[in-house]
Design a binder for this molecule. Structure first.
Ligand SMILES: C[S@@+](CC[C@H](N)C(=O)[O-])C[C@H]1O[C@@H](n2cnc3c(N)ncnc32)[C@H](O)[C@@H]1O
Length: 329
């Protein structure tokens, strides 16, 4: 089996078939999984895939591995500040002077890595360069646990807490704003059992929790889950926040309302997978007469899916760029 993604092809070319790696924040690539026994990622769905293949997989918010399992390779993320956070985290959890290699695509910002390493007082050696990707090598230095990446900001009379890599990071999305404006006045005063699917920094959960509704929030990203927990706590709102790949952590649970600004990007690609599962699985997670209310870019092909999955479907708002849809069982 050969690597499929350019960054993994560079690793295959550099380390060869004897590679034994411990990827950090990796993409999904079968060659990479075959050549690793353990990984660390904020993506719960990817971790589940690795565990299903007999590998160890940890979230950076779990206690770190007691033992290093292979050459550590950090995949440089698109969000530059998240890359810096991962470097600081690695320095914190690994013994001083542990070799760490860093790989990434040129269009994903990997060329900024030597400067970042210099600023953190870490060495930098260039190992290889191909497939429009580069591979650098460094060694860990002593560092405190990175906590200064968390950022608080005020919006819609709420305090929101975010982290690099979490959707929107530091600003409110236009689609989310339209969704909340549409919900205002349209919801009953009696508390509803609400599921916020793909909660990000928790803006929708906090907004609904502030109005007395009972909140369950889920996200596939460990960073988003932690951000949402911090947002609810900053606004003195109680709620349950879980890591979940769409409904995986919600087996057998039903809600009066599912609300979402669902994802349609994975890295740089467009994907409807999670949104399709959100819509098609809603009937198994809604109470009788329960509703799904979601916002989406106007060009996304959700009306057809919603019409197929709900007996009653309508567009509640349309500002040309975004639409708010409601499906009712
Ligand atoms: C468009 S953002 C919306 C975030 C937040 N609700 C808001 O309105 O600002 C979509 C969110 O879905 C999450 N997500 C992506 N894939 C997911 C999946 N398979 N299961 C659950 N959440 C997912 C992303 O991490 C992201 O936080």
């Amino acid at each position: 089996m050969s690597a499929q993604l350019p960054a993994c092809q560079l690793l295959e070319r550099y380390y060869g078939q004897a590679a034994h790696l411990m990827p950090v924040a990796p993409p999904a690539d079968a060659w990479l999984m075959e050549h690793s026994s353990a990984m660390v990622s904020g993506d719960a769905a990817l971790r589940q895939q690795w565990v299903a293949n007999g590998k160890l997989a940890a979230s950076p918010f779990d206690s770190p591995f007691s033992r290093q399992a292979g050459q550590v390779v950090l995949f440089w993320p698109k969000a530059h500040q998240l890359g810096v956070w991962w470097l600081e985290w690695l320095c914190h959890v690994l013994p001083e002077n542990t070799p760490v290699d860093i790989v990434g695509e040129h269009q994903g910002g990997i060329k900024r890595v030597p400067k970042v390493l210099g600023e953190l007082g870490m060495r930098c050696d260039k190992l290889d360069n191909a497939r429009r990707c580069s591979l650098f090598s460094t060694r860990t230095v002593p560092m405190a646990i990175p906590d200064n990446a968390w950022k608080s900001f005020e919006a819609l009379t709420l305090t929101l807490v975010s982290h690099p890599g979490v959707f929107g990071h530091g600003k409110v999305d236009e689609g989310t704003t339209l969704l909340l404006e549409t919900l205002e006045g349209g919801l009953p005063k009696t508390p509803l059992k609400v599921l916020d699917m793909g909660c990000g920094d928790g803006i929708i959960s906090a907004w609904l929790g502030n109005r007395g509704h009972l909140i369950t929030a889920v996200d596939v990203s460990a960073f988003a889950v932690e951000a949402c927990r911090r947002t609810l706590s900053a606004n003195q709102i109680s709620g349950r926040v879980l890591e979940s790949d769409v409904y995986t952590a919600l087996e057998g649970e039903r809600f009066d309302l599912i609300v979402s600004n669902p994802p349609f990007h994975q890295e740089r690609d467009i994907t409807y997978g999670p949104s399709k599962r959100l819509i098609e699985g809603a009937s198994d997670h809604l109470t009788a007469r329960g509703q799904l209310i979601m916002v989406a870019n106007a060009f996304l092909p959700y009306p057809e899916l919603l019409e197929r999955s709900f007996s009653c479907f309508e567009t509640l708002a349309d500002n040309r760029r975004f639409r708010v849809y409601r499906g009712q069982l």
